[in-house]
Write a protein that binds this ligand. Structure first.
Ligand code: FES
Length: 142
């Protein structure tokens, strides 16, 4: 292990401890640390963004194939709650039709995350609302 890797794992451990003490579940923490679906899709079929009441902004990128969400990514300029919620949202909508994805709600994401601090629930809503906006914008141009 080089020095860079060891300082990365030390800071990941510190972040893990901090989030765990603030009330994030192991599942939510791993979404935040690994960020499996963070970033852009260069040839996305739909890109939309939204700013929440807290002032943070999220963007979502969707790729469709035959009316099914084939791939999705989020860019999140927001907190750990927003990042973990956005990553969980992708796991819930991949492979779903537009109509199925429209039904995604805050409770579905919360069940995947298991636990995040109560004051972070609006961050889950931001992930859901950004997705709904993208689905609305995509279908309105069809
Ligand atoms: Fe703004 Fe979480 S997204 S505080």
């Amino acid at each position: 292990m080089n020095q860079h890797q060891s300082s990365d794992s030390a800071s990941a451990a510190a972040v893990h401890k901090m989030l765990s003490e603030s009330g994030y579940s192991e599942k939510a923490i791993s979404y935040f640390i690994e960020k499996p679906y963070m970033g852009a899709i260069a040839d996305a079929d739909q890109t939309s963004q939204m700013t929440g009441t807290c002032g943070d902004t999220m963007g979502v990128y969707l790729k469709f194939e035959n009316g099914v969400i084939q791939d999705a990514r989020y860019e999140v300029m927001g907190c750990a709650g927003a990042i973990s919620a956005a990553m969980a949202a992708v796991d819930l909508i991949k492979g779903k039709t537009i109509e199925e994805a429209r039904k995604l709600n805050d409770g579905d994401i919360f069940r995947v995350l298991q636990e995040i601090p109560a004051q972070k629930h609006h961050c889950i809503q931001l992930a859901v609302k950004t997705l709904q906006k993208a689905l609305d914008e995509y279908t309105s141009t069809k």
